[in-house]
Design a protein around this ligand. Structure first.
Ligand SMILES: *Cc1c(COP(=O)(O)O)cnc(C)c1O
Length: 470
């Protein structure tokens, strides 16, 4: 069945749910010109890279699953708002159920969490809570962590420091321990799947350090989180994902590897009492959980913990307004409906169809990396921890290599092969033979995010076109 037929059928069923209401004719301003402006919009959309095609092997862009697209569009006909149960009763409960399944994937049954507009908002919430728990203390993340951590901490007015990475692009433990020794660090952000090279920070060793130095641990798994389900990771990465449940908070982006349309991030806190930091009094919403406010009001002095656990109880039974544990107000309920439907079709279990899709992406990256390593003109980056491959063009200096990477990138695009460029520390290209005297802080290299399972069948063709672009 085509996507559009699936959607039409779902919309018929939705309409029937409300068939008891008297008929009315909706007013549609500009109705007669809709087809022509839509045609114009479709034409404008042609000025995009073909993200859906396997020859698009550039940035982190993955087509949503057809069922997610259909569920999103169907829900959008009602346009629920998951800020409050009044605006999205069914979709809020679906959000709670879907988020519970994500938490269960990480080994958490008691927790608090919700969907967000994306990973940046989700990380902002996690670091905001971290700042409340560890006031005035530094937040540290690896130099390969997402650039928004530094910006978020600036917005939150929390001190931030960057920790150098090792030759594999993972957080360097010696540098981390040196920072911890200063006694100024309150929170460590471990990235499980960096955006640049997909590197997985050494979580087990970071957890060992937590025994010695007290700090909060936030795991940014916006990109890599779902790889917890993959069975073909190498030892270090697999061990990191095994220990993810020991984090204090986790961020994952269903709109990256979770087959969702944009506008779907997720933040989770291991301790449900973290809900207390969100307590607020919205002037016009929350008619159905007045209990929370009465309870909160009665506990003015030092009662925030009680409010936290009361919120947690309401959360656990799915009767809390999500806006009461979220920094955002209005949020698309359709995102939750799409996620719920997708997880219904493809449950988040090891060995399942969804997990196999991730394993195929990783296999594609391994094959592609071997192909690069066998090519004299290229210098492979570190062995991929997930499904992202970075490689440099062989040249005498990083500057020359950077220039040639840009040329390969441009020529490949002319052969319909869309790659990405990335700025990486030259030390991750060990085999380049660059001496430390001509090492700038970054080299421009080529990067492919092989996040479509179809990439596996296209590795040879991608390699052919890449060689033609040399
Ligand atoms: C993509 C990404 C983010 C930012 O998430 P958005 O959904 O783009 O806002 C943060 N951290 C990591 C590791 C990411 O890959």
């Amino acid at each position: 069945m085509r996507d559009t037929e699936l959607l039409a059928e779902a919309l018929d069923l939705l309409e029937r749910e409300f068939s008891g209401l008297p008929r009315y004719a909706p007013e549609v301003p500009g109705e007669s010109r809709m087809a022509s402006v839509l045609a114009e919009a479709a034409h404008r959309m042609g000025d995009n890279f073909p993200y859906f095609h396997p020859l698009y092997a550039g940035q982190m862009l993955k087509p949503p699953h057809p069922v997610a697209r259909a569920a999103y569009a169907m829900a959008m006909w009602l346009n629920p708002n998951n800020h409050a149960l009044d605006g999205g009763r069914a979709s809020s409960r679906m959000e709670w159920e879907a988020v519970r399944e994500i938490a269960a994937m990480f080994g958490w049954s008691e927790f608090i969490g919700h969907l967000t507009g994306g990973g940046t908002l989700a990380n902002l919430e996690a670091l905001w809570v971290a700042g409340q728990m560890m006031p005035g203390k530094k937040i540290v993340a690896s130099e390969q962590a997402h650039y928004t951590h530094e910006r978020i901490t600036a917005v939150l007015r929390l001190p931030f420091a960057s920790i150098a990475c090792d030759e594999n692009g993972r957080m360097d433990l010696t540098h981390l321990e040196a920072a911890l020794k200063s006694g100024e660090v309150g929170t460590v952000v471990a990235t499980l799947g960096t955006t640049g090279a997909g590197a997985v920070d050494p979580l087990p060793a970071i957890l060992d350090l937590r025994k010695k130095y007290r700090f909060r641990l936030h795991v940014d798994a916006a990109y890599g989180g779902y790889f917890r389900l993959a069975s073909n990771l190498d030892g270090d990465a697999a061990r990191a994902f095994e220990r993810i449940s020991e984090a204090d908070s986790i961020v994952i982006d269903p709109h990256k590897h979770g087959l969702q349309p944009y506008g779907c991030g997720c933040v989770l806190f291991r301790d449900p009492a973290m809900g207390r930091w969100y307590k607020h009094d919205s002037p016009c919403t929350y008619f159905t959980s007045q209990e929370l406010h009465i309870h909160g009001g009665a506990q003015q002095s030092g009662g925030s913990c009680a409010v936290g656990s009361f919120a947690a109880e309401l959360f656990a039974e799915g009767s809390l307004h999500l806006g009461e544990i979220s920094l955002e107000c209005s949020r698309a309920g359709a995102s939750a409906v799409a996620l719920w439907t997708t997880q219904r079709l493809l449950p988040l279990v090891r060995g399942g169809e969804f997990a196999r899709g991730l394993e195929r992406c990783r296999e594609a990256a391994l094959q592609f990396r071997s192909m690069i390593a066998a090519e004299d003109s290229f210098v492979p980056g570190p062995a991929p921890d997930l499904d992202i491959v970075v490689w440099a063009v062989r040249a005498a200096t990083p500057a020359e290599s950077s220039r040639r990477a840009q040329e390969v990138f441009d020529r490949a695009a002319k052969h319909d092969l869309h790659l990405a460029l990335a700025q990486m520390p030259p030390r991750i290209f060990r085999e380049a033979g660059w001496t430390s005297e001509h090492q700038p802080s970054a080299v421009t290299c080529l990067r492919s995010v092989l996040m479509k399972p179809e990439h596996l069948a296209w590795v040879d063709e991608i390699g052919r076109r890449l060689r033609n672009a040399l």
